[in-house]
Design a protein around this ligand. Sequence first.
Ligand code: VTB
Length: 328
Amino acid sequence: MNAAADHFEAPDRNLALELVRATEAAAIRAVPWIGKGDKNAADGAAVDAMRKFLGTVDFEGVVVIGEGEKDNAPMLYNGEVVGTGRGPRCDIAVDPIDGTSLTAAGRSHAISMLAVSDRGTMLDASSVFYMDKLVTGAAGEGAVSLELSVGENVRELARALGKPVGEVVVAVLDRPRHQGIIDEIRSAGAGTRLILDGDVAGGINAALDGTRIDMCLGIGGCPEGVATAAAIKAIGGFIQGRLAPLDAEERARGEAAGLRMDHIYEADELVRGDNSIFVVTGVTDGSLVRGVERVGGVVHTESLILRAKSGTIRRIQATHLASKWLED
Ligand code: VTB
């Protein structure tokens, strides 16, 4: 072997290249339900399709973050084992549609996503519903923190990015609970990008270069926080999360499950190690990926696959024969 090439690792398998078929399938099957006002039908079609395709992939995945508990979710429930059972033992987080209401309404930014990491490395935060999150690109490392105020974070990030505070854009879920954060962002002189749903895409956009979002802040779903961490590790960005229990009962349940309530979870505590992958396919048009689109006899999908180990980011455009997937 060429000595100069010795420090390169031997190429290995990128599971994401196979798993992208599962998010593509979920997005394609959602097509008849986009804008039709029935979010459960959209979700059901996507869940079913994703599960079928996961079943073809050589791995043994345990759903750590899924559609909920076994009794409420017929498929892709927490603890369900997916894949052929041959190959690597993994944790998997799935959200066949993040943004079911967006999909049903025909609004932008709905995605189908999944994240995979080595078995036992994904934080099981299923006993707490919400998480306070802070996501930026790599520039935020050592500059921003959930311990700082919103204004301080905005100023520190502006300094780290080398641009005026007035040009910093912060994505926040548009919820009454965030009015305080929104006011603080604006009084610091930065701008908000209010998002209806989908803070996973918001977080990824904050971490990726070349998007119009510099930071994603606020309280969103806990599962979405862990899934975002898998993506952020691949992009090389910054993420912190702090559990935000709704009441004393949820706090106690979380503590009983071994979760630390006032602790700031770093990326490596949300998903341990550097072997995570993240896969997303657009359901409706968004800033991360284009939505799935049927044009006559074909269906177009756009996906992004991220792999932490190699640091690769791939954008995959695919054209599928509609007759194989959808009724006329
Ligand atoms: C967010 C958002 C999701 O849930 O995590 C949010 O990213 C949090 O819950 O798309 P609320 O809607 O109660 O604020 C979603 O909106 C739906 O899963």
